[in-house]
Unconditional design. Sequence first.
Length: 210
Amino acid sequence: MRLLSLLLLLANLAVWLAPGWLPPVAYEPSAGGVLPRVASLKVPGESEPTQAGECLRIGWFDSGEAASAFAARIGEPFRLEERERELPPLNWVMIPPQPRDVALSQFRNLYSRGVESYVVTEGEYRNAISLGLFESRSAAESVLEEKKRQNLNVVLVNFPRNRIGYALVFDVEPARETEVVQAVEAESHSNFDFVEIYACEGVASPEKNP
C-alpha cells in the first residue's frame, strides 16, 4: 500500500515539473504583427482565375461568312456560334396521300390543266400531291378554298422546318458595353433578332511550363 502511494506521488511530481524541462517554443508574428488569414494564403504555383467580363451576343446571320464580315467591321474580339433554329412552320396545301398509280394519274391530269403541283416522293406524306407551301396562313387558306371549288380533295397541314443560324459573341471589356452595343446597332441598323448582354464565365489562366 505504501509502495502504491509512493508511485502516485512520483507521477504527480513528474506532471508538474515536466514543462520546465522542455525548451520554449518561439512564435514569430508576420509582418504587421498579425497572423495571415486563411483566405490570403496561396498554394505555390496555383493560378488565379481571371475576372469575368461582359459578353455581347447578337444574331441571327444566314452564314458564317456574313457573321465574320460583320465582326470585322466592329473590330472587337469575337466567337462564332452555329445553332439549329426552329422556324415557324409553313402552311402546306395538298391532296392527301393515295396509291402511287392514282397519285401519278391525278398529277398528270392537273399538269395538263396548268395547275402547278408535284408528287411527294418520301416522308410522312409520300404520294401526296403538293399544291403549294405558304408562309402566310391566310394565303394558304385562300388557295385551299379555291381548290375545293374545283372539286379537289385538298387539306391544309403544317410543314415543319429548321435552319442553321449563326450568332456572334463579342468579349467586351468592363464599362464598354454601351459603346459596343451602339457600334453594333449603327452597323446593323438594329435589324437583328436579338442583342443580349451577359456575364462571361471566368476561366483560370493556364499554368506555364518552366
